[in-house]
Design a binder for this molecule. Structure first.
Ligand SMILES: Nc1nc2c(ncn2[C@@H]2O[C@@H]3COP(=O)(O)O[C@H]4[C@@H](O)[C@H](n5cnc6c(=O)[nH]c(N)nc65)O[C@@H]4COP(=O)(O)O[C@H]3[C@H]2O)c(=O)[nH]1
Length: 630
């Protein structure tokens, strides 16, 4: 029975018997109620726990959302700052063309604020951009292309009305295949373009004269060759090199030299036809491309005009300069079809013009090329020869014509090639001189001569003068004299004397400096002789000023001397003036007894030539001297 009923029955035991069906039913109802209440309470308890749980979750969710929102805001601010930090104008449009985002540079680009733009239609926005563009047609063409294919990426450039240049990129905003609009980005490239143009100028134009440089000349020449091939015309490549321009640089300084080059380029430019191109290769070398040539006469007329230009002195800062030009010409198609080849051949022809006396022009001749190739090959072989010690000295005696006594020797260089063949100086000295190898060669000869003079101490050669040939380039080389002097300080000459044989022009070119050098050399026992006298200026004037020791009369005056009264008169006067100046006179190339006899009668001091001995190697020389002594 339900405990509530039992309590009631205990209080009122007389009212109801304990085991009536009513009481049982009541007890059951009450028990049921208790059970329901318990259930309800439990259920309420459970719901409240769940609610608490849910609540907790919700709160956590809210916090999470807040954080996401904060992060989102932060990321938006970062994105905004990033966009604003960009100097490029960036726009984002909806598919209908409404503006969804713009950065600060974008506002400046179209000169409007976001508030003015945010409610604009797509058309308004397009017009805002078109208003600042100069070439709207091209831009509208791009818009059309995007409309036809919205997902395409676009890249192009444009000019604005205020004279600036922009490049622009436009990409679609896509969510998978869904088109959400476009982003446009405009970059100001005005400065970059200016720098590029400047770089291009440096790459293609000579900074001093503003003329096309080698690179652009090659391009223009290539273009001219294509064009003239179609029109069946000739193209002339004219290589102009100033003669002795170095002298202006050396005497008046590089600034004056530059001014001179600028004046020269202006003069040259003034005598061209509109279709000709003038450029500067560098230094004092100019190239002129003459297109559309029908007859060689047209080229010659232009060349005459150019050479004539140089007859008028150039006045630069109140100083007057006269410089001439040597010109070489190659012609396409006959001399070649490639720009580099034509320039090289014109250069070769120019070299020929210089060789044949300067201030003239020379057309390319295939023979020149063979000579040049030979020169290149010889130069390489000669370099190897110096390294491999293939150079040797031969010696030719100088004889006292009155007594027959041998008083000196001339050292003459030979190249003993690997195959044993003897190569004579006329085959390699010119190449050595034109390539600068002569300096190494002269150094070798000088050291060898010095060493010989020492090693000959106890031989029949001990008291003989030894002469070596020194070229003009060596004498002009600022390193030459100090090198010689330092070698002579380290190893002073023994009693035998050393002599340098120089040509007249070497001494005359800068006679003051030459005289100083001669005086210095004399301090160390080195005397100077003038070689090949009579073939150059043959001026006695400068001989008075210079401390020259001897004069060698060129072989051309000695050959057949006895049969030629004119030669005799010349040789006689050379001997007489030379003697008056205290010089020793040597006759070169004495081949016959008659020539010898004649020179003796003219009272010439010394003679050298095949009559006495050919140039021979050291061993033969020793044998020869011993035989004469014995
Ligand atoms: N027909 C004929 N020729 C005679 C006679 N006597 C001598 N010769 C030649 O005449 C040249 C004299 O030398 P050079 O006038 O200084 O002329 C020299 C000199 O200018 C140059 N040379 C020689 N050795 C050197 C050197 O070591 N350095 C430099 N820079 N040049 C040198 O090469 C030139 C030629 O030298 P080589 O061939 O040895 O020719 C030598 C010699 O062999 C003769 O009676 N008849």
């Amino acid at each position: 029975m339900h405990k509530l009923l039992r309590r009631l029955l205990r209080k009122h035991p007389q009212d109801l018997p304990e085991d009536t069906p009513l009481l049982a039913a009541l007890s059951e109802v009450l028990a049921q109620q208790d059970s329901d209440r318990v259930m309800l309470e439990r259920s309420l308890m459970l719901t409240s726990e769940e609610l608490n749980e849910q609540n907790k979750k919700l709160r956590a969710q809210l916090e999470e959302n807040d954080q996401v929102l904060r992060q989102h805001r932060e990321s938006l601010s970062q994105q905004r700052a990033l966009l604003d930090a960009s100097p490029e104008a960036i726009f984002s449009f909806s598919p209908g063309g409404r503006l969804t985002q713009i950065n600060r540079a974008g506002c400046q680009f179209i000169n409007k604020e976001w508030d003015e733009l945010k409610n604009n239609s797509g058309e308004d926005n397009l017009n805002a951009i078109l208003n600042i563009i100069r070439n709207t047609e091209a831009f509208l063409g791009d818009i059309e292309r995007i409309r036809a294919n919205p997902s395409q990426v676009l890249h192009n450039a444009m000019d604005t009305n205020d004279g600036r240049h922009y490049e622009y990129h436009s990409v679609a905003i896509l969510n998978g295949s869904e088109y959400l609009g476009r982003v446009w980005c405009f970059r100001d490239i005005t400065e970059i373009q200016k720098q590029q143009a400047q770089l291009e100028r440096h790459a293609f134009y000579d900074t001093l004269t503003g003329l096309p440089n080698r690179l652009l000349l090659l391009e223009k020449l290539q273009h001219a060759l294509y064009k003239n091939e179609r029109q069946q015309c000739k193209t002339a490549v004219i290589f102009i090199d100033l003669d002795d321009f170095k002298k202006i640089n050396d005497t008046a300084g590089h600034g004056q030299g530059d001014n001179f080059l600028v004046s020269t380029s202006a003069r040259l430019a003034g005598c061209l036809r509109s279709c000709d191109t003038l450029g500067r290769l560098g230094g004092d070398e100019f190239i002129l491309i003459m297109e559309n040539v029908q007859h060689q006469q047209e080229i010659i007329a232009l060349l005459d005009r150019i050479l004539h230009l140089f007859t008028t002195p150039f006045n630069i800062h109140e100083t007057s300069y006269v410089v001439t030009a040597s010109i070489g010409i190659s012609l396409a198609p006959q001399d070649g079809q490639r720009p580099e080849e034509l320039i090289r051949k014109a250069d070769l022809a120019m070299y020929q013009a210089k060789q044949s006396g300067k201030n003239k022009f020379h057309f390319f001749d295939p023979h020149l090329e063979r000579i040049a190739l030979h020169r290149v090959a010889t130069e390489q072989k000669l370099r190897n020869a110096i390294e491999n010690n293939e150079l040797v000295l031969h010696y030719q005696p100088k004889v006292n014509l009155a007594t027959g006594e041998i008083v000196g020797l001339e050292a003459l260089l030979r190249w003993q090639a690997a195959d044993g063949k003897l190569i004579y100086p006329d085959q390699f000295i010119p190449v050595a001189e034109s390539t600068g190898l002569i300096h190494a060669i002269t150094r070798w000869v000088f050291n060898a001569a010095l060493q010989k003079l020492h090693s000959w101490a106890d031989t029949p050669m001990a008291n003989l003068h030894l002469s070596i040939n020194v070229s003009a380039q060596d004498f002009a080389d600022p390193v030459f004299l100090p090198t010689v002097i330092s070698a002579l300080r380290a190893t002073p000459l023994p009693h035998g004397k050393l002599e340098f044989e120089l040509t007249e022009s070497t001494l005359l070119d800068n006679h003051e400096q030459a005289n100083k050098a001669i005086s210095q050399l004399l301090l160390y026992g080195v005397e100077v002789a003038i070689d090949d006298f009579g073939t150059g200026y043959s001026s006695f004037n400068y001989l008075q000023e210079m401390r020259i020791h001897s004069l060698k009369i060129d072989r051309s005056f000695i050959t057949e001397l006895h049969n030629n009264p004119r030669k005799q008169a010349i040789v006689k006067s050379i001997i007489s003036v030379g003697k008056n100046l205290g010089l020793q006179i040597v006759a070169e190339g004495v081949e016959t007894k008659d020539e010898h006899q004649c020179l003796k009668q003219l009272d010439c001091h010394l003679g050298q030539g095949y009559l006495f001995s050919r140039p021979v190697d050291e061993a033969s020389l020793l044998a020869f001297l011993k035989q004469r002594q014995g």
